[in-house]
Design a protein around this ligand. Structure first.
Ligand SMILES: *Cc1c(COP(=O)(O)O)cnc(C)c1O
Length: 466
């Protein structure tokens, strides 16, 4: 299996180099040269596997022998051994034809653990076996940072620095990141917004001398390994629902920000999983809803919502989908991305829009609708949705046909976003692991949103001995 860039200017590289490269050097995103096709008989055989066994089967198509079988199996078992539920990502039936896929049973109670536990162990494997230094730098609006720190803390040969906007993440998110006392973990709370953090990171990564000197690696969702780990649970959910119901195909409703999670579902479909509609559930930051309905991809005005992990204007994984929409033609992708840069939007015509709408439906959930859905489901089914999952469920209500079976992805535990749950006048008890965070000391440094200051702090961290 070789990987190429959506913009066509990266020579074919293998899986490990793809993980290390993160963003493609030509500015595009890395994709497999060919998507593996899983035959129907093989799918049938896979349906009885445990989560870990299934993960091995799917991931090994893409690793393609670069990691020996026993080590890849061990890496996967270690990654999902930290989950609190024996099924890793269990499926719950909520009502007729409506299921929720709980992705929040990992260490930080959000779905990003599924990918970042795997990526953390993968980086650790690469550090050990190739001697490459892994210094991770990332910006977060909350969940990615906590999850990435949890994925790599205490692992030999890895150091990590995460920028988060000071005072602008949920209390639990802040505690999860900053209560880790480890000299290889640095939390910088910047006096600014998530967008400031993202911009600073991008500029530091763009300084190739600095990047190469300090072996900087990325953990954001443009890394193909994250997408790959997430395809597994689409298969797993399908097989669980198929065990109790005769289904020809299955719809998925996916709370979406960067288009990473839902792209993993699209990939599963292209691999041969019988997926019907993929429902893009956005909040009021609805660039993706507008694209799927009207064929115009154009950022709008930033809105703060109850689902902050989806408060995103430019969906960084969208380019991967665009590549497939444009028949895997890199020069067409370059043209569209240039158009986006100069005109601030991408517009697709009737034919392409029909293709988009064959695979996707969409609904942008308003703030009030998000809270109302939490209240209604709690009252009617006694199931407490977090505000991101609530967007998924509200979009399911709007966009799925009731006779069709649909799984909504539950991307976070409600305890992570109690600010929204309180507004619904619902009292919840925190899980023990979250409750105990409130008694721990915090380790963070507050810094100006200034490249120079941050770069010199990084030099200190990344040149320290481990
Ligand atoms: C990151 C995140 C999302 C959005 O996922 P994308 O892959 O960016 O689309 C949704 N919900 C929660 C809780 C998240 O942390």
């Amino acid at each position: 299996m070789k990987y190429i860039s959506t913009r066509g200017n990266v020579n074919e590289i293998g899986f490990i180099d793809t993980v290390l490269m993160g963003l493609a050097t030509d500015g595009g995103l890395l994709v497999p040269e060919q998507i593996p096709q899983i035959p129907v008989e093989k799918l049938q055989a896979m349906s009885q596997l445990s989560y870990q066994e299934l993960a091995y089967e799917i991931i090994s198509y893409y690793v393609d022998g670069e990691i020996p079988e026993d080590e890849l199996k061990e890496l996967i078992n270690k990654s999902y051994g930290t989950f609190r539920h024996p099924e890793v990502t269990p499926v719950q039936k909520i009502k007729d034809n409506m299921y929720v896929l709980e992705l929040f049973h990992g260490p930080t109670f959000a779905f990003k653990d599924v990918a970042l536990q795997f990526l953390g162990n993968l980086y650790s494997y690469i550090a050990k076996n190739t001697g490459v230094t892994i210094n991770i730098l990332g910006a977060t609006s909350g969940d990615t940072g906590a999850s990435a720190i949890e994925g790599v803390r205490g692992k030999e040969g890895i150091r990590i620095c995460i920028l988060h906007p000071h005072g602008k993440v949920s209390k639990v998110q802040e505690l999860q990141m900053t209560t880790v006392n480890d000299p290889t973990v640095l939390n910088l709370a910047i006096e600014g917004t998530f967008d400031d953090g993202q911009r600073i990171i991008k500029e530091i990564f763009a300084d190739l001398d600095f990047k190469n000197k300090y072996h900087l690696r990325a953990i954001n969702s443009i890394n193909f390994a994250r997408i790959l780990a997430q395809t597994v649970y689409y298969f797993y959910a399908y097989f669980q629902v198929a065990k109790e119901k005769d289904i020809k195909s299955l719809n998925f409703s996916v709370p979406t920000g960067n288009f990473g999670d839902i792209f993993a579902g699209y990939l599963a479909k292209r691999m041969g999983l019988p997926v019907g509609k993929l429902i893009v559930a956005t909040n009021e930051n609805n660039i993706l809803e507008r694209f799927i309905k009207d064929g115009v991809y154009q950022p709008g005005e930033f809105r703060g919502t109850y689902s902050p992990s989806m408060d995103i204007q430019v969906a960084s994984n969208f380019e991967r989908y665009l590549y497939y929409l444009l028949d895997e033609n890199p020069s067409a992708v370059r043209e569209r991305m240039d158009q986006f840069k100069t005109e601030g939007k991408i517009v697709v015509g009737e034919d392409l829009l029909r293709q988009v709408q064959a695979d996707f439906a969409a609904h942008g959930v308003k703030n009030g609708e998000c809270l109302q859905t939490i209240k209604t489901y709690y009252a009617d089914t006694n199931y407490l949705l977090d505000p991101h999952t609530s967007c998924g469920v509200a979009a399911y209500e709007k966009a799925s046909v009731p006779e069709e079976v649909c799984v909504t992805l539950s991307t976070a535990h409600p305890a992570k976003f109690n600010e929204a749950i309180e507004l619904c006048n619902i009292e919840q008890t925190y899980p023990e692991q979250i409750q105990q965070l409130f008694d721990k000391p915090q380790y963070l440094e507050v810094v100006e949103a200034d490249n120079e200051a941050i770069a010199s702090r990084l030099e200190k961290l990344f040149s320290s001995a481990q």
